[in-house]
Design a protein around this ligand. Sequence first.
Ligand code: MN
Length: 739
Amino acid sequence: MAYSATVEEENKEIANRYKDLLKGTYQTLSEEDKKLIRKAFEVAVEAHSKQRRKSGEPYIFHPIAVAKIVAYEIGLGATSIAAALLHDVVEDTHYTIEDMEQLFGETVARIVSGLTKISILNKSQDASIQAENFRKMLLTLHDDVRVILIKIADRLHNMQTMDAMPPHKQVKIASETLYIYAPLAHRLGLYNIKTELEDLGLKYTEPEVYKDILLKIKDSKEEQQQYIDLFNSKIQEALDKEGFKYEIKGRFKSIFSIRRKMRKQNVSFDEVYDKFAIRIIYTPTSNDEKFDAWKIYSIVTDFYKPNPARLRDWITQPKSTGYEALHITVIGPEAKWVEVQVRSQRMDEIAEKGYAAHFKYKQGNVNENGLEGWLNKLKETLENNNTLNAVDFVEDFKLNLYAKEIYVFTPKGDLKSLPKGASALDFAFAIHTDVGLKCRGAKVNGKLVPLSHELKSGDQVDILTTSANKPNARWLDFVITARARAKIKSALKADEKKIAEEGKAILVRKLRHLKINYDEKLIHEISSYFNLKTSFDLFYRIGNGAIDNSQLKEFVAQRSSPIMSFLKNPFKRNAYKDITDDEEVTNKYDALVFGQDEEKLEYTLSVCCNPIAGDEVFGFVTINDGIKVHKTNCPNAISLQSNFAYRIIKAKWIDSTKQEFSAILKISGVDNKGIVNNITKIISNTMNVYINSINISGNAGVFEGKISLTVKNRNQLTKLINHIKKVEGVQKVSRVNTL
Ligand code: MN
């Protein structure tokens, strides 16, 4: 559709759209508010007067539309409406942030400045840069949530009007929307906008699928209405008798979520069984909305049999996004399962408008589990982790955005919400970073459990801590919250740095001993001799004992006799220069380990999917051929896993120099005061050794016990055993296989 209009028509249209903007604002505007908006409108019209959109329309249509979304759908007030009108002014025209501050004051200027910064960031293509942008966006989120809310409105309007864009740009913008904006809208409680963003995202990334589902939904609309009428006819009388004012609506699942279901369950459109829900929205009959909701529950279930396993009470305990409702699944007419969502008008408004509606109704609903608490935790997580890889961070973070929630209790009875699948260790980090870092065990409902124990709703969790404890890499296998992952990773990094520093000191000492000058060139030479990429890798390996004295001596020997070395090791010397990206992965992950205990076993790589080091893999125990390793996404994987689940063995690529393994020591001797203390002190003072469990008991002057440890390599363990043997009273220390 080509755009054409005379100047007069255009000005009239601009004025109309502006009037329309003021008409349906969610919040009531004062005279002063209106003045502010009027001024912002005038400045924006003037500033953008020379610009056109890709469609040919005057550019100002866009800021007006964004302001309208901000005012109607998100429900923000005058400051945000003004900022939305001005959101592209600084980026696109001669106006500066200083001008904004002079004209509109500090707050509007700050929001516009935040929006301008994000907009500049977003122009990069690279995934890691995008992830970095995402993190920066999250930081502004804490400064002023309105920046992100307006940004989401801006993105929504751009998605709504994307037809004029070239296709390659459409796909890029649509995938970024699905990657970043929809999850954020979800977290901020903007359910309608999230749904629209997802549907539009699908429209441009998979147009055929989108059209197909859209059509099928249209086709079944009539049938759906009949079903709702039928459902309603039975309960109507009973609801009326109780004096309820209510509205019953059918609510189709979004196109995007039907698509997700079809893919996840591998079914056709017709086979997705819960395509729509019935929504009962009521006006409270008393001050007690919750009581009303349960009354409606009682009426509905008098007529339709409920499935108790699918009852969800988000009124007593709202979701951390602020969502409140009572969900029941019942056997409706025609013996079909149907979900019924019961919510008051207030709850409905919160579900549609999210954050803004919360403020309107602020009455203790924004609790510690709500948005405020989330924003605070988010800020802490972000600020402490500038060194972490941004892509990793975003992946971790996004997992949590969509996760289902569970609710658990502290020993004092405080409620904490965690994503489903969270472990006791996640809980420890949710309490406090320090509690997480020093966590050594947990009691769930009074019973001792391992840190990896998966929590369930209703659990009461008591965390046991010890100052001797330090995080280790295995922890990452069973924490799922972004916060815990980030904290553990940065603690491990700090630990690695300490080891590397130690390693460097050792190296300097050794070289001095051998009368060799320490300089950059030499370090480079040693690194490439050991096939390592950076000096950090070298120092780290010396620090943890993976490269020991004898190996260093070998290096020195070959150095004074290059020919000998070449004969011994013809290809190694140049390896450093030739490392390609692929090889780098192989270098980092050089060994495959199996099972819970990460054992090294014999294996072959399967030919159907040719896994390489670093791939996500699993082992399959064959009858004649030992363990075959397949990629998790191997075409044969699904059938192997579903038909021969008992023959699947967990497999993982590791960097063998960084591997950790468990060892159990049996210790016995003469019982004296403080002996356990002395032994544990020695262990916890040894770098990179962690105590998993300890069990020592004394009897008639002698003691015996076992200690389970995590260590990084054998050298370390030998050293440690020797140290323990020197403790007064210790007579025997040996390594055993079982606890
Ligand atoms: Mn814009």
